[in-house]
Unconditional design. Structure first.
Length: 392
């Protein structure tokens, strides 16, 4: 556990799930910059009266620090966090407890929930996805008034001209601070009388005609999910090489994104029951929308928001299909993939199979052989490899 220093105190913070050997911090210099600004490092403490909404807080660092001010009655209105991440919500709850705050004192909302009707202070951690930022600003705009304090923060590599144009177009005049330790602040002044327009999300697109059971089908994508505007080449390769299976079985689309892989699995094998799992609220919503669009009404499926397979009973799954991420925000790491692999082994029945697609250079076969005792290459191309591991 690392400690975040703010103008009003220190806080012990961790990511979720908490691992004793975790080296990545639960905050970065962009979070520190915003908190220093709010604490008055440049021009006196910011006015935090009224309804305070924190959007895109990575691991709850901003929310935890502001909850401490609320305990001291320096934040006098409701404190709301909005995130697209289940893991962020769990980290926030844990960090609030460490900081001595009651988790119920902060309203935790997802990116799919309706935002508060009135927002007096809006603090935004700029997301990696420009589409997610666009969707969030459109959804937040009805609650913002000319007196709302709007401040964004992000690493300099995350704030682009297109980022500022979104703030400007949706909310009002926007400017940035100087860079400090590779981070910037965004200051936006909401304009009166602006015409509020709905979010253009979700998007949908038709799949190519060479993908078997899902050829020409429509996928539906909420903002912020991986490759929301087109089919990525890795998923395309996996769809062309899915296992041909028949009969009743439990299939898990792990890290489901828009759900196209799990939808293909049930179209290939109508007797299968598919569980779609992701830690993104928008991904799970996209997967359900894609499934309902393409599969007959009444066909059962489960849509699970969670930390991988941690909530799936051991020994209950026949097939796991997985395209694991190899980064978390700006950090490249295989920690998420390793949790997915270990969770898959626990959830699979004896003889059950884990199919993984990944970039060739990631070396997933080494981890899978260590974990399962076996791993074979199903097929590969110059960029990707599809691996199959069987639980003994």
């Amino acid at each position: 556990m690392n400690r975040l220093t703010t103008p009003w105190g220190e806080f012990g913070l961790t990511r979720f799930p908490d691992h004793p050997r975790e080296t990545l911090r639960a905050w970065d210099t962009a979070d520190e910059y915003l908190l220093r600004h709010l604490g008055g490092a440049e021009a006196g403490p910011a006015d935090l009266t009224g309804s305070v909404v924190v959007v895109g807080d990575r691991w709850g660092a901003l929310t935890t620090a502001l909850a401490a001010l609320r305990l001291e009655q320096l934040v006098d209105g409701p404190l709301v966090q909005i995130t697209d991440s289940y893991l962020t919500q769990q980290a926030t709850r844990a960090n609030l407890r460490r900081g001595g705050a009651d988790a119920d004192s902060v309203r935790l909302l997802s990116a799919r929930d309706t935002p508060p009707e009135r927002i007096d202070v809006l603090l935004i951690r700029v997301p990696k996805s420009l589409a997610l930022l666009e969707d969030q600003l459109h959804r937040l705009a009805p609650g913002i008034h000319p007196g709302t304090v709007v401040i964004g923060t992000g690493r300099v590599t995350e704030i682009h001209t297109s980022t500022l144009k979104l703030f400007e177009h949706i909310l009002g005049p926007t400017k940035t601070s100087l860079a400090v330790r590779k981070a910037r602040l965004i200051f936006c002044t909401p304009g009166a009388g602006r015409v509020r327009t709905p979010s253009p999300w979700p998007h949908s697109y038709a799949l190519p005609d060479d993908l078997g059971a899902v050829s020409g089908r429509t996928v539906i994508n909420h903002a912020g999910i991986f490759c929301a505007e087109r089919l990525d080449i890795g998923t395309r390769f996996l769809l062309r090489n899915l296992p041909e299976r028949k009969g009743p079985e439990h299939v898990v689309d792990l890290g489901c994104g828009n759900g196209v892989v799990g939808t293909a699995a049930v179209l290939n094998n109508p007797a299968a029951r598919v569980t779609f799992i992701d830690e993104s609220f928008s991904a799970v919503a996209s997967a359900e929308a894609t499934f309902r669009k393409n599969v007959d009404a009444g066909v059962p499926a489960d849509f699970v928001l969670g930390d991988g397979l941690s909530g799936v009973p051991a020994g209950t799954v026949d097939l796991v299909l997985n395209n694991p991420p190899f980064h978390t925000h700006q950090a490249t790491t295989d920690a998420t993939a390793w949790r997915m692999f270990t969770g898959s082994r626990a959830a699979l029945r004896p003889g059950g199979e884990l199919w993984v697609i990944g970039n060739r250079h990631l070396g997933y076969h080494i981890k899978l052989r260590r974990l399962f005792g076996n791993c074979e290459i199903v097929t590969s191309d110059p960029k990707f490899v599809i691996l199959r591991a069987v639980k003994g």
